[in-house]
Each structure stands twice: as structure tokens, then as C-alpha cells.
Design a protein around this ligand. Structure first.
Ligand code: HEM
Length: 491
């Protein structure tokens, strides 16, 4: 078996080696390629090492015209870090790269991984679920969940460093279930923990597969021990989403038969309401498709927000002056009142929003995205060849020289004055760019601002982000998270 695998790799490698130099206007090649395997040997190691390699790729790309060519066995993979080129590729080639197929057993044809023809129809149908009017209707839940987080953290007051990532993850999972899906898991701790664990393991597994180039083949992967583990985790993940689906569907049908408006949940149609309505009344989705959209929203909606909350708490804890400025802004808006955050308050919390954006710029939790090039794409300094993979390095875009010599510094105030921001509108790509950018951007900003407004009214944080080691588990994750301590704020 091993011999067959090696033989296949060698044949593909030689073939790709032969084909790869035909485009004379291609970006320069990344140094260090070996015959046949290309740069695949640089992917080997744990996910911290992989992240170090990705950072190096970003910096090399930034230094040589914002684009380089790498080779993973038979595949040619471009790395780009120019913001305008990023947008060009993002809007010219809408198809996600084959690497995203590693997540398809989990989230299928949901928006993140969906094939273009399906994505085009479904994104249009689902956009209204993230309209401002729907998001405003979630503000009550965002406040309730933020208060819950403040309360949960009470046990850590004065006890020294602890892992706040555990708290933000559980809280964000409950929030996405309450809002987008209309189900309450706040008293189901065991289920919640199992789901969070399975999500983490699935991300590990996808990265593990990425690093083991021979497992890129679906056939070889299907015989691997990794695939067996994947099946176990998927059982947990799909079990939860199917349970929610059955319950919500039964409620929908009951209300429809009784001609009743739902008594619980938001007044406006949530993501789940829209899915059910389109499925039951118009036959737009079958159960599998609903489940795939639900799984996509659960994972992309909770892990992202939880990570940004975790990193922003750590960064603010590391910069006392930033923390005091946040508190001053909160005092200006709320005084000593512990009331809920309103829509109007959110529009006034400009410094807090700057903190969030700067956090995502420094720690882009989705640091790389990839497209399949279905045609040749002409960029500013080079041409990418169709049929290949283009990785857009958000991490690199956020360190482009247009951010200035202090690009590595956490400086929220740069967001307050257009003169201190890059002129290029694409320089910030934390939520992706173009037609397939994040559908949940404003959901995330609203929920995160609400959480931070509650947290910083109650606590003073201390942290040290320079001690944080990160790894890439699809998203940018902490290796360990014991870097903040909290104290109650005496106003
Ligand atoms: C701060 C938090 C978030 C960040 C930084 C973020 C970032 C991103 C990025 C970079 C992409 C593009 C992915 C790619 O092209 O492969 C994306 C897509 C997506 N995000 Fe987010 N996201 C966040 C929060 C959310 C939330 C809260 C939701 C849902 C409630 C969500 C749902 C999605 C979906 C469904 C897509 C796929 C969009 C499409 O292809 O049409 N995200 N996000």
C-alpha cells in the first residue's frame, strides 16, 4: 500500500514539476523547494510550527512584490498579500479551493464551503437573516449573555491567571444557538462541553490532514485512522444539529397548523426561521441542506466571536492605558449605570470598536483563505495561472507597509483618524473581502461590543499577550490560554 502511495505521489510530482514553469509572468518561487515534493516538507510538524511557516510565507511575499509561488507536491499554491490583488482574486474566482473539501463531511454545502452554483442561490436566500433589523432584535440576548459571562467569571476574581478561552467559547456557543437557531442550551452544560470538544478536535483533524500531504487524496484518507476519528466527532456534531432541526421543525409545523405566531424567540425571522420557512413552504432546502447551513452557522458564528473576545481581553489586559480609555468611554456613555447596552450606545462606543478592529488586525483569527483559480487572473505585478490554488494571507495584508512602520503594534487609536489609516479600503481584510466575505460581520461586531461593554464596566483585566503562543487550527488559536487575571472594578 505504502509503495503505491509513494509511486502515485512521485508520478504526480514529476508531472507537476514539468508543468509548473510555463507561465513566465508567475510570482517568484518561494526558496526551499525540493524536487517532487516542493515545499511539502515545510508543512511537517505541529500546528505551531505550521503557523511559524505561514508567518514566514507572509513576510517573504510582502518582501518580493506581495506574491510568491509555492509547491505542495503536485499542487502549485500562490500566496498573495496585496490588498487590491486580494479583492481581485476574491471577486474573480468565487470557488473555494479543494482544501475546503476537508471540512465538507462536517459542513457540506453550507456557505463557507459551498460550491459556487449552490452558494450563489443560498447566499441570496440567507442574506435577510443577517439584516440590521434582525440583528437589532438579538440585542436583548447579547446583553443577557454578556451578563452571564460577567457572572461566570466571578469565580476567577483575584485568583491570578486563568484560561478565559473556556468561558468565551461556551458563552458564544450558547449565544449563537439562542439567536440564529432559536434554541436554548444555557442549562445543557454537558452537551455544550461535548460539542465544543468535538469542534476543536475537528479543526485539529483538518489541519493534521492538511499537513500530511498523502492524506489529501480522498481515497487514501478514507482508509486512515484520522477518518475514523472524524466519524466519531461528526456523530456528536451532527447529532446536536439534527436534534435542534427536528425540534424547531416540529414547533414550526405545530404553529402553522394552529395558525399561531411563535410565542417565544425574536419578533423578526431568525436564520433558522428563514431556513424552515423556505424549506417547508417553498421546498428550497432539504433536511440535509438545512443541517449543513446550521452547522456552518454554529461553527463560524461561535468559534470566531469567542476567539476575538479572548484575544481582545488579552490585548486590553496587556495595555493598561487602552483599558483606561475604554473605561472612560464607558463612563461617558453609561455613567455608573449598569443598564443594558442599547443600539444607540453601540454607535457611541467608537473606541471600543477601534479596539475590536485592531485586535482582529493583529490576530486575524481567520489568517488565510483560499480560492480555486478557475481562470488566469492578472494582478498588479504578475499573472496567476488558472487551475491552481491562491491563498490570500489576511495576516500578511494586515502587516503590509501601508499600515506604517508600527504595523506590529497594537494601537487602537489608529482607527479613530482617517489620516492614520491606510488609504486603501481593502487594507483591513479580517472579515474577508468581496462577494464571499463574512455574512456575520455585523452580528460579530454587535455581540462583541456588547460583551466588552459589560466586561470592562465590571472588571479590570491584567494580561501579557507577549507570552501567548499561537497555532493554526484552521483558525488562529492559543496554544495555552492562562494569561489573564481579573479584579472587580471599584468605581
Ligand atoms: C469576529 C468574528 C468573525 C470573523 C473575524 C469572521 C471572518 C470571516 C472570514 C475571513 C470569512 C471568509 C472565509 C473564506 O473566504 O474562506 C468569513 C466567512 C463567513 N462567516 Fe465569518 N467571521 C466572524 C464571525 C462570523 C459570525 C458571527 C458568523 C455567523 C453568525 C459568521 C458566518 C460566516 C459565514 C456563513 C461565512 C461564509 C460566507 C460566504 O461564503 O458566503 N462569521 N468570516
Amino acid at each position: 500500500m505504502l509503495m503505491v502511495v509513494i509511486l502515485i505521489c512521485v508520478v504526480f510530482g514529476l508531472w507537476a514539476w514539468y508543468l509548473r514553469n510555463n507561465n513566465k509572468n508567475e510570482p517568484p518561487a518561494m526558496p526551499g523547494a525540493l524536487p517532487v515534493i516542493g515545499h511539502a516538507h515545510l508543512l511537517i510538524g505541529d500546528s505551531t510550527k505550521l503557523w511559524a511557516y505561514f508567518k514566514e510565507l507572509s513576510h517573504i511575499s510582502l518582501n518580493v512584490g506581495r506574491a510568491i509561488t509555492t509547491y505542495i507536491g503536485p499542487r502549485t499554491v500562490y500566496v498573495i498579500t496585496d490588498p487590491d490583488d486580494f479583492l481581485t482574486v476574491a471577486n474573480t474566482c468565487l470557488q473555494k479551493d479543494g482544501f475546503y473539501d476537508f471540512a465538507k463531511p462536517w459542513i457540506g454545502e453550507g456557505l463557507v464551503t459551498g460550491t459556487v452554483s449552490i452558494w450563489k442561490v443560498h447566499r441570496k436566500l440567507l442574506n435577510p437573516a443577517f439584516s440590521q433589523i434582525v440583528l437589532d432584535s438579538y440585542l436583548g440576548v447579547f446583553n443577557k449573555q454578556s451578563r452571564r459571562l460577567v457572572k461566570d467569571l466571578e469565580v476567577e476574581v483575584g485568583k491570578g491567571s486563568f484560561d478565559h478561552w473556556i468561558y468565551t467559547r461556551h458563552n458564544a456557543l450558547e449565544t449563537i444557538c439562542l439567536t440564529a437557531l432559536g434554541v436554548d442550551f444555557t442549562d445543557k452544560n454537558v452537551l455544550n462541553s461535548k460539542y465544543v470538544m468535538a469542534t476543536e478536535q475537528m479543526f485539529n483533524l483538518i489541519v493534521d490532514r492538511f499537513q500530511k500531504v498523502w492524506l489529501h487524496s480522498h481515497f487514501i484518507y478514507s482508509w486512515s485512522s484520522l477518518k475514523k476519528k472524524q466519524d466519531e466527532y461528526l456523530k456528536i456534531l451532527h447529532n446536536l444539529s439534527y436534534t435542534v432541526l427536528q425540534k424547531r421543525k416540529a414547533d414550526y409545523l405545530k404553529n402553522r397548523n394552529n395558525n399561531e405566531e411563535p410565542t417565544q424567540g425574536p419578533k423578526f425571522k431568525s436564520f433558522m426561521d428563514i431556513l424552515l420557512e423556505l424549506s417547508i413552504e417553498k421546498g428550497a432546502f432539504n433536511d440535509r441542506e438545512i443541517r449543513e447551513h446550521m452547522d456552518t452557522i454554529i461553527v463560524s458564528g461561535h468559534d470566531t466571536s469567542a476567539s476575538v473576545l479572548m484575544y481582545s481581553m488579552l490585548l486590553v489586559g496587556s495595555y493598561p492605558k487602552v483599558q483606561e480609555r475604554i473605561f472612560e468611554e464607558l463612563q461617558d456613555v453609561f455613567g455608573d449605570d449598569d443598564r443594558d447596552v442599547t443600539k444607540h450606545d453601540l454607535s457611541q462606543l467608537c473606541y471600543l470598536e477601534a479596539v475590536l478592529k485592531e485586535t482582529i488586525r493583529i490576530y486575524p483569527i481567520v489568517p488565510v483563505i483560499a480560492r480555486h483559480l478557475d481562470r488566469d487572473v492578472k494582478l498588479r505585478n504578475c499573472t496567476l495561472t488558472g487551475g491552481r490554488t491562491c491563498c490570500m494571507f489576511i495576516y500578511g495584508v494586515h502587516r503590509h507597509p501601508m499600515w506604517g512602520p508600527d504595523a506590529e503594534k497594537f494601537k487602537p487609536e489608529r482607527w479613530l483618524d482617517p489620516a492614520t489609516l491606510p488609504k486603501c479600503p481593502n487594507a483591513f481584510a479580517g472579515f474577508g473581502l468581496g462577494k464571499r466575505s463574512c455574512i456575520g460581520k455585523w452580528y460579530a461586531i454587535m455581540s462583541l461590543k456588547t460583551s466588552l461593554a459589560h466586561l470592562f464596566r465590571h472588571y479590570r483585566l491584567r494580561g501579557d499577550h507577549t507570552k501567548l503562543e499561537v497555532k493554526i487550527d484552521v483558525m488562529l488559536k492559543p496554544v495555552s490560554g492562562y494569561h489573564i487575571a481579573i479584579e472587580r472594578r471599584n468605581k
